[in-house]
Design a protein around this ligand. Structure first.
Ligand SMILES: Cc1cc2nc3c(=O)[nH]c(=O)nc-3n(C[C@H](O)[C@H](O)[C@H](O)COP(=O)(O)O)c2cc1C
Length: 199
């Protein structure tokens, strides 16, 4: 069904290092296959991912649980530049800003379990996750967070989910340390110093 972003998972071909390198490209050219709304599944996997770490987990949960998949996206994409994104995310976090979403889950009422995936941004859930929780009535549903971070843990993210979805049962969920875009960029920059420029 066109017009919303229920998407089929991308294959987990470009992982780790490669995934970070191609993140900007993937953001703008990611192929999407719309998934049938009203599939009958009672499980939804909703996730936000910038560089793909969280997306890989979302795809695995979707396959294992035969769930529907929804990519949470801001109406206005974050900059491709990492430092600009960090600065914008910090501003939004400090201001409590909830960026408008590109789309909402159609028929959220049909699901009884929602797996909610996110990276940690600035020690907490990204602003767009707060937008998602504000935009959807998750009353009575089981919420299962899955979280990736770059080495500093999941911070305040679960408390944010609990406070924004007070009428849901929030499970402990899953937390994984994953690649950090900053580290990848610094490593590549160091490596490139040894490669002679074109003549
Ligand atoms: C704007 C921004 C802020 C981040 N802040 C943190 C942080 O506070 N703590 C942390 O451990 N990792 C932080 N990271 C790293 C990501 O949480 C980590 O790389 C995550 O796995 C990315 O998931 P994704 O590939 O699904 O976007 C940050 C990354 C970005 C882009």
């Amino acid at each position: 069904m066109a017009g919303h972003n229920l998407m089929a998972p991308r294959r987990a071909l470009a992982v780790g290092f490669l995934r970070s390198l191609t993140a900007g490209l993937a953001l703008s050219t990611r192929p999407s296959r719309a998934q049938m709304a009203g599939s009958g599944s009672k499980t939804l996997v909703a996730y936000f991912s910038r560089t793909g770490n969280t997306r890989v987990i979302a795809g695995q949960i979707r396959r294992a649980r035969d769930a529907d998949l929804f990519e949470i996206r801001p109406a206005e994409p974050y900059p491709e530049d990492y430092e600009e994104t960090v600065a914008q995310a910090r501003q939004e976090r400090d201001a409590g800003h909830e960026p408008p979403l590109a789309g909402a889950v159609p028929g959220i009422g049909a699901y009884d379990t929602v797996f909610l995936g996110m990276p940690i941004w600035g020690g907490t859930a990204p602003p767009v996750i707060r937008s998602f929780l504000s935009a959807h009535d998750l009353t009575g549903k089981t919420l299962v967070p899955f979280i990736t971070h770059g080495g500093y843990g999941r911070g305040q993210s679960v408390q944010v989910i609990q406070s924004r979805a007070p009428r849901s049962e929030v499970l402990q969920g899953f937390t994984l340390e994953a690649d950090q875009e900053r580290r990848t960029l610094e490593t590549v920059t160091r490596w490139l110093r040894d490669i002679p420029p074109s003549r």
